[in-house]
Ligand binder design. Sequence first.
Ligand code: SF4
Length: 339
Amino acid sequence: MEKNGDDIFSVPGIIYREKRDGTRFTGRRSTGLVLDALPFPSYEKLAGFPHAYKAPLFSYPKAPGSSCITSRGCPYACSYCDRSVFGRSFRYNSAEYMYEHVNYLNERFGVKHIIFYDDQFTFKRERIVDFAKMMINRPKKIFFNCVARAEHIDYDLLLMLKEAGCWMMSLGIETGDEDLLSQHRQNANLAMLSEKLHLIKKAGIRTKGLFMIGLPGETEAGINKSIGYMLSNPIDELNVAKFTPFPGSPIYEKIHELGEFSENWELMDCMNFLFIPKGMTKEKLEELFRLFYRKHFMKPEVLRGYTSMIWRSPDSWRRITFNLVNFLKFAISDKRLGS
Ligand code: SF4
């Protein structure tokens, strides 16, 4: 960082590197930014936006899509989640700002689908109700996906979101082993999670189950419970993260006591087992990880869902057809392309 007068360094909230003194932190801001005061991101500076940025296959009905974040933070404290930047606060854009943002993406860039990456999209129910009402009254429909915590959805809200254009909702489940869940997350209640998954489906929204394997305390029996839970619930899409202990998460402090951890920052992307819980091996975790996905893709309802994507998400099938060779190589090798 070029020093340009001392003023920059008196601004709280900046972390920077100095050649001689290492890393410096100017301290936390005493007041949070008002998110509605910020301009929309400079999407035009992204080369090829929006067409160069593809949404995950089958996660949208129409292209092009864009991602968007309308809030910061989450008041919960899951053991594996880094809350060090936002603390346990929750700041958010107003419903009006969200709606204008959607309009801007659509009118300026032709975006037809938005993936909201907020940690807790529905945390402030009234803001989402207001946003949904605006989206329902919008003359042209824009579809969107969001992530919710099960405690913060109910059937009336889901029906409203569906009408507003909600295509898919992701729910953090993490594990089907309730004992393990209670060690890592508040309100570990698999029955409640299951009820909410059914409600999302009943409202006509696709469900995406977010799981994690390799948490401290994980066992083979626990992962098999997770697979059983996934199979017994209406989960259309699946994401299984390989547990990664990130600095800033509560579990990171004592991670070396809980198993073997090789802290390789290059590989800390939730797609590598860098942490091996006591009593497990990397080979076993990899084997169960593959089994998890295999079981999901062999489920008849899931296969029917993907078949229906021929008319519900034709762009996804078009992408698969054009990239068939690479797609097959990927499916057979179990590896990411280029890795
Ligand atoms: S995992 Fe989700 S619910 Fe838990 S603290 Fe992180 S953002 Fe909040």
